[in-house]
Design a binder for this molecule. Structure first.
Ligand code: LLP
Length: 436
């Protein structure tokens, strides 16, 4: 699945020794495998080939320009949810005609930017947004393509409540039964062409069934809209495909495709276009976070390893109780892990809480984790960190956001330098009344 493997007792990414990378770039540092990004995109595209989908990578997942550029070169478009993400996608060279724009709270300025760029589709999430988009496009003398994001009222399988979006009452999308009214309304606007329907159920979804249920509902809606005289060219199935790193085992692309392709094939054969918005399934296992053990101490019954990465670098454990497999880069006693399960069956492991340096009691990356014996200074690799890792990193506690490194075969290059103290204060300096 990915290119992070042990060789002679030391972890490598592709052909690069992670100990050497940590020495070169310091820690904490995110390390990505170029080959994994490319392979995931290619595998997904191949699995869904019968639908010839436009694969719009969800930029929010991991938004480094260099990675976006790689994915764009591999044929991907971009799913963006802000003007900032649109700016990133365009800067990385992703063509506007491969960009779709979702989000419940787009500003007038962001809508203007989307219209100006001439993107593939704006995914509308409320009637007021539709009206604002119509006014914006009219004022610019442009016509914009848009879709309605539908809330199909479907629960994802294994999806945490905190990352569920497609159930009744959620702030995302528009209730199915309210959608026809919007199409009727939009027909009155000269500058908005409503061409499709968008759905995103949440993430991660560990089974194809919720997609089948939701898309069946969406296609019934499409039939109804067409019967009402609307031209529907596009169905966007969103993202949410699971990656293998949490409690569940993710179905492979083949399993998702086997269930989803037959549902959408008639739509495509009738000339319709399918859009997908994968994020996590492409990025999660393409990236790791390298961290070093600063201190070991005992706290009550716990043996605590304080590492140099915290919730400021990878917030998923603190925010969602997410599980990330982690293991020393050079495990003591040669204890290389046989797999990445929550419980590793190896003799001689010790139990640790893995805590970050941030002044918050939720700042743990793992609790009661069985690991090879740790020593201060050891490097630990946190796996499955490529998705919603760096993208959700903050400067909390005025900490410096990590460096990002891209490995390619035997080589590697820095794709984002570590923050500096100057970065921390830059936006506050040089303002009237504040001469420091
Ligand atoms: N499309 C839309 C409209 C979305 O809102 C999202 C994710 C995606 C696609 C991509 O979903 P994916 O394929 O990555 O599952 N921070 C959370 C996940 C939040 C997901 C937000 N939306 C986490 O770390 O688990």
């Amino acid at each position: 699945m990915d290119r992070f493997r042990y060789h002679d007792g030391v972890l490598r990414c592709e052909g690069v020794d992670l100990e050497a990378l940590a020495v070169e770039h310091g820690t904490p540092t995110y390390v990505y495998s170029r080959d994994t990004f490319r392979t995931h995109l290619a595998d997904l595209t191949a699995a869904f080939a019968e639908l010839d989908p436009l694969v719009c990578y969800a930029v929010k997942t991991c938004s480094n320009l260099h990675l976006l550029h790689e994915l764009g070169a591999g044929g991907a478009g971009a799913d963006v949810v802000s003007g900032g993400e649109l700016h990133r996608a365009l800067t990385a060279g992703i063509p506007a005609e491969r960009i779709v724009f979702a989000g419940v709270g787009k500003s007038e300025e962001e809508l203007r930017e989307a219209v100006a760029a001439g993107i593939a589709c704006v995914n509308i999430e409320s009637e007021s947004e539709l009206e604002l988009l119509a006014r914006v496009a009219q004022s610019m003398g442009r016509t914009v393509r848009a879709a309605i994001r539908v809330n199909p009222d479907v629960q994802g399988h294994g999806t945490p409540e905190k990352t569920t979006t497609g159930t009744k009452g959620s702030k995302f999308g528009i209730d199915l039964e309210r959608v026809p009214r919007l199409f009727t309304r939009a027909a009155l606007f000269d500058h908005v062409r409503l061409i499709g329907v968008h759905v995103h159920l949440g993430s991660p979804i560990y089974s194809p069934e919720p997609y089948v249920t939701a898309l069946t509902r969406v296609l019934e809606l499409v039939d109804k809209l067409r019967a009402d005289g609307h031209e529907i060219e596009l169905v966007n199935m969103g993202g949410g495909f699971a990656a293998e790193y949490e409690t569940g085992v993710a179905p492979g692309w083949g399993a998702y495709a086997n269930a989803i392709v037959p549902v959408l094939k008639p739509f495509v054969e009738g000339g319709g276009r399918v859009v997908m918005e994968p994020g996590r399934s492409i990025a999660a296992n393409a990236g790791v976070l390298l961290t070093r053990v600063r201190y070991l101490k005992d706290a009550g019954p716990h043996r605590v390893a304080i590492v140099d990465a915290g919730m400021n670098n990878l917030i998923r454990a603190a925010l969602y109780d997410s599980f990330h497999f982690m293991w020393p880069v050079r495990p003591a006693d040669g204890l290389v892990p046989p797999g990445r399960a929550e419980r590793v069956a190896l003799p001689g492991l010790s139990t640790y809480d893995i805590a970050g340096p941030i002044c918050e009691s939720t700042d743990y990356l793992a609790r009661e984790r069985e690991l090879p014996r740790l020593t201060e200074g050891d490097l630990v690799c946190i796996f499955g960190a490529g998705a919603y890792g760096m993208a959700m990193a903050s400067q909390y506690n005025s900490s410096l956001r990590p460096a990002e490194v891209l490995v390619d075969g035997e080589g590697s290059r820095l794709i984002r330098r570590r923050d500096t103290y100057a970065d921390l204060v830059e936006a506050e300096l040089g303002l009237p009344g504040g001469e420091f």
